[in-house]
Ligand binder design. Structure first.
Ligand code: ZN
Length: 111
């Protein structure tokens, strides 16, 4: 009935993980932004804000890497894409995946 081209992340009900990751990275970016702004006003909180952003960014990335896996072979897809694709396009390539780069299983079907 519907020929909607939704990607496998949405198809398998994992879109919320993407939203949480985006929220986490946005929060990290906000910390950096406020950190840089705080430099203008004396820089008292610069270190705290930047380390907070760094921690949030790393934690979000590690979590995202750990939760988004192939349902067939449990391959860490985020990590595979980050380490094999250019930094500018791995997110797009990840969302556009049809089968697992490690085992070839269809990603839109749960094993
Ligand atoms: Zn796989």
């Amino acid at each position: 009935m519907s020929t909607n081209q939704s990607n496998w992340i949405v198809e398998t009900g994992q879109a919320w993980k993407l939203y949480v990751a985006v929220a986490g990275f946005t929060g990290a970016l906000l910390c950096f932004t406020f950190g840089i702004f705080s430099l203008v006003t004396g820089g008292e909180r610069f270190l705290a804000l930047v380390s907070c952003g760094l921690f949030l960014g790393c934690a979000t990335f590690l979590w995202f890497t750990a939760v988004l896996r192939c349902s067939h072979c449990a391959n860490k897809l985020v990590w595979t894409m980050v380490s094999t694709r250019p930094h500018s396009s791995w997110v797009v390539d990840l969302a556009a995946l049809e089968s697992c780069p490690a085992c070839g299983g269809r990603l839109d079907r749960v094993a």
